[in-house]
Design a protein around this ligand. Structure first.
Ligand SMILES: C[S@@+](CC[C@H](N)C(=O)[O-])C[C@H]1O[C@@H](n2cnc3c(N)ncnc32)[C@H](O)[C@@H]1O
Length: 451
């Protein structure tokens, strides 16, 4: 698409909503009005068969302690597997969860300003003599205030489209005191919710800024190269006929890059933090480097130069509407297993499944692998890169099956995949390039063929 055309294809998201009839996915919410996206439409569809997809955090975030990928995301919770709530309750609970996340985004400015205020107050508590020894400290706080404002400008746009993600007409007027109290508790924003908002800001850098290129080159690029190699016999202009699914797609850059390369790509994601933010980047940005963000202002630890906390990133570094003609690009909201793995008519549909820093989000890795196997066409490939930082390890009230890499590979073979293991790739995940602490993952990589 000619970049000069960008913006003309932007349609009002709400106007673009259409109910999808006869769709078998249990919980699907496809959005994008970008050209090249799924019919240039926003599709909203939520079937409530007791397996309503749900994004719930479980009240823990290890991001700081582990520097780990994904611990900053909210975790999935499926009513379908528990069957304890009826359909209405499930929808309602989902809606509450969604509103809590909007509330967390909305409280970002107040919360970040408060943290800065705390720093100032602590500084003023020092004896004047000591304050004078730190002449630039307060000046930096002023600049941090401005950076918070800049981040909040994006967050305000992120929150604009809330209505496209929820579907609950239950009137609060009908609620009794108990239910109101329960709702209030469910809507309480906690520190870990705010950390997830901050993590979302950092994820913009990984996925949509020039600063994230080293991480993308280390991990996304080899995955895309492997796709090109596996489908080398298909002429580039016919790649749109090859359907690639990217579960756990985060802010959608890998899926976008795959689509940009000509393949038809669908991202799947269940965290509302990610869904709201990817809706912003994919549907609401009009030009390269349109927005400035400040991802590192929330922690002053492990900083070398004082200016480094104020490192800015500009997003997006590419125009998200530049998808070749004949290529589909869509994002589908919902739990991977529930959306793709529950109904036989969805099986055997995909030419490739590409997972990146995803498989360790499983509570039950066998479910993930079996689902990938089922939904691939015969001869289709699963291309994987990532570590095994089991997200639910030690999470109260959740099952978590934590396998070694050897065991995952053996399991894949048992399920029926032919495994080709590649050299591990070293990569950080959302690391501050200037920071004094960086976790480097030795990401396992393989291509598994459904024989
Ligand atoms: C560690 S992040 C990786 C994101 C992206 N692939 C990347 O490499 O930057 C894992 C993502 O998977 C999502 N996720 C986890 N479990 C999921 C599930 N069952 N269904 C869909 N998405 C899921 C999380 O919300 C998170 O955005």
């Amino acid at each position: 698409m000619n970049p000069a055309d960008q913006g003309h294809h932007q349609t009002n998201l709400q106007a673009g909503i259409r109910q999808e009839q006869g769709q078998s996915a249990r919980s699907r919410n496809t959005f994008s009005d970008r050209p090249g996206f799924d019919d240039h439409h926003l599709d909203q569809h939520q079937q409530h068969h007791g397996s309503h997809s749900h994004s719930h955090d479980h009240g823990h975030s290890h991001d700081h302690a582990h520097g780990g990928h994904g611990h900053n995301q909210d975790h999935g919770h499926s009513h379908g597997h528990h069957g304890s709530l009826d359909d209405d309750d499930a929808v309602h609970e989902e809606t509450l969860h969604f509103h809590k996340i909007i509330k967390a985004f909305s409280q970002y400015k107040a919360s970040a300003m408060y943290a800065n205020h705390r720093r100032r107050t602590d500084f003023y508590s020092l004896p004047e003599r000591q304050q004078k020894m730190l002449p630039t400290y307060l000046k930096r706080m002023e600049r941090i205030d401005d950076a918070i404002e800049a981040n909040y400008e994006i967050i305000k746009i992120i929150c604009e489209d809330q209505q496209i993600f929820v579907n609950d007409d239950r009137s609060t007027a009908k609620l009794d005191m108990n239910e109101r109290a329960k709702n209030a508790a469910a809507l309480r924003v906690r520190e870990q919710d705010m950390e997830k908002v901050q993590g979302t800001i950092k994820q913009f850098v990984r996925d949509w800024s020039a600063g994230g290129k080293p991480e993308r080159d280390a991990i996304y690029e080899p995955l895309i190269q492997e796709l090109r190699t596996r489908f080398a016999s298909v002429p580039v202009e016919q790649r749109g006929g090859i359907n690639v699914l990217v579960p756990g797609s985060g802010l959608g850059r890998l899926a976008f890059d795959i689509a940009h390369d000509g393949f038809s790509a669908q991202g799947n994601e269940f965290s509302y933090y990610m869904l709201l933010a990817s809706n912003f980047i994919l549907n609401k940005t009009q030009r390269i480097n349109q927005f400035k963000i400040y991802p590192y202002i929330h922690s002053f630890s492990n900083i070398v130069k004082s200016g480094d906390v104020l490192t800015e990133a500009t997003i997006p570094d590419v125009n998200p509407s530049e998808i070749p003609r004949g290529t589909d690009f869509s994002m589908v909201a919902g739990d991977f297993i529930e959306v793709y793995g529950m109904e036989e008519e969805n099986y055997g549909k995909w030419d490739a499944v590409v997972t990146c820093f995803f498989i360790d989000t499983a509570k039950n890795i066998v479910d993930y692998l079996e689902t990938i196997y089922k939904i691939l066409k015969k001869g289709g490939v699963w291309i994987n890169a990532g570590p095994l930082l089991w997200h639910f390890e030690n999470t109260p009230n959740e099952i978590s099956v934590e396998l070694s890499l050897e065991e995952v590979i053996e399991l894949a073979k048992t399920i029926g995949f032919k495994m080709e293991i590649q050299e591990p790739a070293k990569s950080t995940y959302m690391a501050n390039p200037h920071g004094m602490l960086k976790y480097v993952y030795e990401c396992a990589r393989w291509t598994a063929t459904k024989v």
